[in-house]
Structures are given as structure tokens and as C-alpha cells.
Design a protein around this ligand. Sequence first.
Ligand SMILES: Cc1cc2nc3c(=O)[nH]c(=O)nc-3n(C[C@H](O)[C@H](O)[C@H](O)COP(=O)(O)OP(=O)(O)OC[C@H]3O[C@@H](n4cnc5c(N)ncnc54)[C@H](O)[C@@H]3O)c2cc1C
Length: 441
Amino acid sequence: MTKYDLIVVGGGTSGLEAAKTAAQNGLRVALVERKSDPAEVLRSCAQMFLMNMDSFYNERMYFSKEQKRWIFPVSNFSVGYSGPYREFYACHFIAPNAQDRIEIGDYEANASGSGVAAVVFNKGALLGGLYEECTRAGVTCYFERNATFASRGSGGVQIKTAEGDTLEGTFCIAADGINSRLARITGLNKQRRFLFTAGSVSYYVAGVQFDRSEMICMGNAYDHKGGLGAVHFCMLPSVYREDEYWLYIGGDEKLDYFTKKSRFSHWFNNIEVTHKRCAVINGWSPAAEPFKDNIIFAGDSCWFAEAENTGALMSGHRAASAVCEALHKGQPDRAGVMSYISWWKRNWAETHDYRDFLCYAVFFRIFTEDELNYLHRIITQKLFWSLNPFNLYGHIMRGVQPHLDRIRREQPGLAHKLAKFTPAQAVALMKPSTRAGFPAY
Ligand SMILES: Cc1cc2nc3c(=O)[nH]c(=O)nc-3n(C[C@H](O)[C@H](O)[C@H](O)COP(=O)(O)OP(=O)(O)OC[C@H]3O[C@@H](n4cnc5c(N)ncnc54)[C@H](O)[C@@H]3O)c2cc1C
């Protein structure tokens, strides 16, 4: 049996970046991936590049159009990306009346080039590029393999697949995504709090037309007659076609209502659904540390909800660099990869509180339709341009702040809801039994 320095389980964004980095630094690397083609994107992803304008995991990454690279200046590495991209300029929360908006970012300034645009990218192109680099660096790939067993042996880690392979590695990087089997079977999840399971359906819809459309917009449409109630949506430009948008909405019935009968239906006069993607998200509180028995966890596998592609790249890169360092020092254990463990703790769990993410996710659901229309009407100032989901709730509350006296006078019920809203309430609203839809990022 070949003994590897590193076995990477999962050939998504974090796993490919980890395998590539380790192999480029001379390690013998095996990659285990259940798909046949790592560049094929099957799971829902809005494909926004986070961030171009804010700090995320204490990094300030940006996309360099000139170099065709994603640059991570604090972590001191970059990733080639030669696929297409499409700029967008703001994030708008739209009222149920389909008119009033809470605007995050200055659309006009960003569109005119005097501000900072964000981009959507083609995830298949990103993964395909990373895979090519893995191949060139000599990574041994095991495709169509499902890793189902992991154990700690004297020489490191043993990984077994459902297809009958047994691989041995000094270290393993678990990059098997949000519903990580390795996090479950190694017992890492035992210390984590299970928060919710959410299903996600997203559609690519061509032929969409509306004003100021180069942005991400979110809101609720209300179906009073058909009984669907609040229909939450999130939409943003697609990278595949100019007239196409990515629409995240809770399934076919809601899509039909939203595009044909809701107050937003005039955006969708002549549309075609080109394709559809889904995802299941099991939300857990973050792991206490991203390490167990010589398995290092990267990307979504030990985080709360989504690390995002940028977080996945960063953690994949950092985890692989720590493995190189540990082997170079002759310290193939937890102490050897401490640089990764402490980096992760400091910049992930200690920097971003998952409850802040949940606050933004459920905030607009605690109000009635009328209250939402009122709130969107009175917040007219443009708010700080950010797509960091952990900071969005804070930005929205800073937008509400100057209007509090007026809200107390004009809408005491709404003021009371605002005063009572806490992170604990947000967590409770996401409890597993509610199966509430999850925001798109
Ligand atoms: C609705 C939605 C919208 C999103 N929007 C954005 C966005 O706009 N921008 C952004 O950056 N991110 C977005 N994300 C998040 C982003 O997709 C993830 O954070 C990112 O893909 C995480 O990368 P990863 O490598 O950790 O996991 P994944 O990309 O999930 O990769 C895991 C890989 O492991 C493989 N695997 C799993 N289990 C096994 C096993 N047992 N054996 C072998 N292989 C296995 C899978 O096939 C997969 O290839 C979104 C996610 C969702 C659900």
C-alpha cells in the first residue's frame, strides 16, 4: 500500500487548493473525491467572490482582473482564475411592495468605476484550474470514491472508501464540505451544537429585466390568496449569460408564484429557466478546533454553514502549508500543525460569531409585511458596502439607528420587536424543527 504524506478527502474548493499546495511543495498527496469530474458543479452556489470591499476572516482578498488571480494579501498567496466574471455593484433589500429598498453600497458610484465593484465568477472554471494544477504537481487522484472510514494508526491516518480502497497518510485534510462525514465519524461534531437543516433550491433564469439589475437583491413577496405566505427570494446576476440571473427561492411552487403573480412579476415577462441546482445545509456551531487525530479540517467541514469559496481557499492553503511545515520539522502531530489551528481559531471562530450571521438571516422575518414596507421606506441613506454575511446585520442596525425615535413614535410595535431581537432569538428561530430556508450566502 502506498503511504502518502497527505490524504485530502474532498475535491471541492478547499480540497483542491490543499492538494495543489502540498504537492507543489514536494509532498506525496492523494485526493479522494466522490464525483467523477471535480470541475463539475452540482451544488447550489451563487458564485459571488467574497470580498472585494471588506475584511473577511481578517483577510482583505480581492480579484485582480489584470493578473487574473484571486489575491490574499494577508495570507500571502494567490490563486489563478482565468474564467469569466461579471461585475455587480450593490446589495439591496427590497420591500414587499417591490419598490422601497435598503441599499448596501452605492450602486451608481460602484457602477461608474469610482467605487468598488464585486464580481460573480464561474466556479467550474475555478475548480477546473485548481485541478489542472493538482495534476501538474503530481497529486494522485481517486475519483468516484466515497470516503466512509477514518482511523488513527501509529503512522498517521487510515482512510477507507466505500469502493474498497485503503489509503494511509501521515496527515489527512478533511475538505468534504458542509455535511462532512469525517467530522461526524471522528466525533468532531459531538462538541458542536446542531442548529438546523435547510434545503436550498436555486434556478438560473434567463430573460429577466428590471432597473438597476446588476446587484444582489433580497426580499419577501407575500402570497395572500394562494397560501404560500412569505416567499423569500435572493437574486443576482449570473456569469453564464447577460440576461440571466441566479434566483434562490424555496422550490417550484414559489418560483411560479414569484415570477408570475407577485408584485415582482413584471421583472419576469419572458423568461426561461435554464438550469437548477440544489443543496442541503446542515448548520452546526463551529468546531472548537479544526483538528482531530491527525485529521485537519478545512473549508465548510468544521465551520458554521458556508466558509465561502474564499474561506475554503484560504483554509485549504493554510492547512496544507501547516502539513508541509510539520513534516519539515519532523513533528507529524497536532503540535506540528499548530500554526493552522491557531490561525483558524483566531481568524474564524474568534472573529466571526455565527449568531451574527443568523441575525441577518432571520431579521426580516420577524416583521409583518406592513412593518417591512415601513422599514424599507424610512431607511433612505446608503449603508456600508459589504457582502460579509457576519457583518450585514450590524450594517442594517446602523441603518436603523438614526430612525429609532421616529419608529418609536410612529410604529411602537415594530420598535418593540427591534428592542427585543437578540442573537439567542435568531438561533431559536432557526431551530431544526422550523426547517426555515437559509439565506443564499
Ligand atoms: C445556496 C448557496 C449559495 C452560496 N453562494 C456562495 C457565493 O456566492 N460565494 C461563495 O464564495 N460561496 C458561496 N457558497 C458557499 C460555497 O459554495 C462553499 O462555502 C464552498 O464551496 C466550500 O468549499 P469546500 O471545499 O469546503 O466544500 P465543497 O465545495 O462542498 O466540496 C466538498 C467536496 O467533497 C466531496 N465529498 C464530500 N463527501 C465526500 C466523501 N465522503 N468522500 C469523497 N468526497 C466527498 C464533494 O463531492 C465535494 O466535491 C454558497 C453555498 C450555497 C449552499
